[in-house]
Design a protein around this ligand. Sequence first.
Ligand code: ATP
Ligand code: MG
Length: 432
Amino acid sequence: MMICSYNILTIDDDPTILDAYASILIPYQKTSLEDAVLQLEELHNIERSDIEPIEKSMNFKIYQANNGLSGIDIFLQKYKEGLTIPVCIVDMRMPNGIDGLETALRLKQIDPCVHIIIATAYSDRTNKEILDALKNNTYYIRKPFNSEEIYQLVYSLSLSYYATKTIQQLNNDLELKIEEELEKNRQKDLLLFEQAKLAAMGEMIGNIAHQWRQPLNILSLLFQKIYFMHKNNSLDAEIIDSVQNQAMDTISHMSQTIDDFRGHFEPNKEKVYYDLSSVINSTVTLLEPSFNLAGVSIEMSMQDGIRLYGFADDLKQVLLNILNNARDAIVSNKIADGKIILKTMLMSDAQEVFIKIDDNGGGISEQNINKIFEPYFTTKHKSQGTGIGLYMSRRIVEERLNGTIAASSVNQNTSFGILFPITTSLKDTDGK
Ligand SMILES: Nc1ncnc2c1ncn2[C@@H]1O[C@H](COP(=O)(O)OP(=O)(O)OP(=O)(O)O)[C@@H](O)[C@H]1O
Ligand SMILES: [Mg+2]
């Protein structure tokens, strides 16, 4: 039989009552006669007699105090040592110092879970007064008391105390675990957003490089021109002027590219009204040089005058992901006349915006199409794709635009559709 040991504090100014509590609660001891009989039985293989001791399952350790303040001292001392006392039996009327009610209140301040049994023969306070003051976990017994009743009460209160504590501990552990998991997810999310941004940034640097190839070429030709004309002594003020104008034009074009690029990656601090067609145009303009170089054409058919309210960057990032994927597919499948068609239209009585992006880059296999929105799903080489572009796009569309994104593929063609309500976009949803 498992013997559990529980600490019990008894406070009473009458030492005989303290002794009475101790004898009620101390563990059952076999008498020497019982022991001798049992040994004899064992020796002679006799069937066990009724003398089998009825051991009590609870082993109480009793602390005693003869007044309220020293009882509180013991309780506090044990509490600090990490030893809990689940039950205190407190005499109501004690001539020296504080009475039982005050003692009980102070014990509860130390450990709000403690169970208090108020014991009294007569009380200067009513039962209601006691229970009101101590609220829960308070019991009331009248002297002279029944030993078995006290034992049972202390026994079940001790169990209940530890059950409550265990549940509290489990709850705390659970909360901690949940918080840990949430934190892990937050970190994962942050990492994903960072990776997506870096991937998009890498793409954009590639695009700038394409954009600059031509103007750098022009600048180099202009310098060569001045150099040779100077060598031939044919350089005059008019030519210098014209070269200077051309060079300045070219440089300002290059600097415009950087501004476009920066505009794409400086996150909007505030929501703004924006025109859908111009956001799409500026995104496509940025991509066009590198797409042209790869032999990919972008055809657009847009419904004019769709005005939205929100963070335009969100949409740009989604479009960049989808357009870059289409170009990658066309290039890797060596499609001769690679073409991307981008359409926008209002739907459902102008309540929703639909953006459709089709390409003829070879399509997506049936087994892959259900996986493309999963994080880290990619069919590209490590150096070319991480597989988070579409995952992030889906999250942006669902969480920031309140919309949906879907993909379908027929034969060699892939089609992406984004549908989101214009109302949530137009009305001020700050803080959501
Ligand atoms: N237009 C498309 N045509 C063919 N396959 C596509 C197309 N768009 C996406 N896919 C497939 O979906 C996969 C996942 O795309 P996603 O944008 O999530 O990641 P990725 O492009 O591989 O890498 P990342 O975008 O992180 O650089 C791609 O690897 C590709 O197999
Ligand atoms: Mg991608």
